[in-house]
Design a protein around this ligand. Sequence first.
Ligand code: ZN
Ligand code: ZN
Length: 351
Amino acid sequence: MRKIGLTLITFSMILMSTNVSMAHPGRTDANGGHTCRTNCAKWGLKDGEYHYHNGSSTTTTTPKASPEVAPKDSSSSSTSSSAKDTSSLKADKIKAPAKGKLSVYFLNVGQGDATYIKTAAGDDILIDAGKNDAGDIVVNYLKQLGVDDIEILISTHPDADHVGGLDTVLEKFKVKAVYAPKVSHTTDTFKDFLLAVKKEGLTIKEAKAGVTLPLKGVTAKFVGPTKSYGDDLNDWSAVLHLAYGSNSFLFTGDAEKKAENDMIAAKETLKADVLKAGHHGSVSSTSAAFLKAVAPKYAIISVGKNNSYGHPAATILNRLKTAKVTTYRTDLNGTVTAVSDGTKISFLKVK
Ligand SMILES: [Zn+2]
Ligand SMILES: [Zn+2]
């Protein structure tokens, strides 16, 4: 973990101290961009990554023909695209939760994840809060919904597109309990989160398979992580299974295939009506075996418009379609709200 932190810091320093547009080799093609072939990491690119140079910055896109290799989302790998993803984003206008029902809001925060849950008993749960600059947007959403305090706040894993906005939420709301997996990260974004938890006078409770949340009227249980995953932050994701009456939801964070297989092998409760597809619909997650184990009727992909990661992957969209799973996406549908009365689920979309 220390190694990854140092690598990230060194990597960011290289990015900061290098004028990418000046000396980066390679001829542009007819589209005005080109594919990186040599020393790509030095330029903040992946090997074979297609990108454009404009003035003093480099923007990257994933060409359609390239294999869908998703980069690990960290604060450093999103240097050139993070501002673009959320800076123009405003909070959608959304409806307050229905009394006596369970409402689950897959909040549109651009590239990243933020899910708010209001239980029928009136408890508030927040899972992640998008990137740093999405913090205010999440606070706006929670105010629109009349949230007074947050009973349970969950940080699925330390990546910036999940943990980024949580410090802002912790500053603005009274939070009663924070759950996170036992993995650390040395980025400032993650440190800000830890500091905000400390300021709130709380200590983090460990999120891992088998831990149950103390909530009335619902059964909320972590089904992952089932193991330790070293530097693989995505596989460390806290995965929550929530059941209300005969309806159920599975919130997967960015858990990838390895973690998915481990949850299947550990015989965790995975079956759910609604699946928040892992890792923004990347090909790294929602494996065929995992989709079979969850057997959802609905899937939600939380993803930014024109994000530079190539999320969601066509393979995953097709896999969901073939399995007859109705899929909603925050980049196309805005904030997606699922309302359950304990026997049936209905969906509200912004678009
Ligand atoms: Zn992510
Ligand atoms: Zn991640």
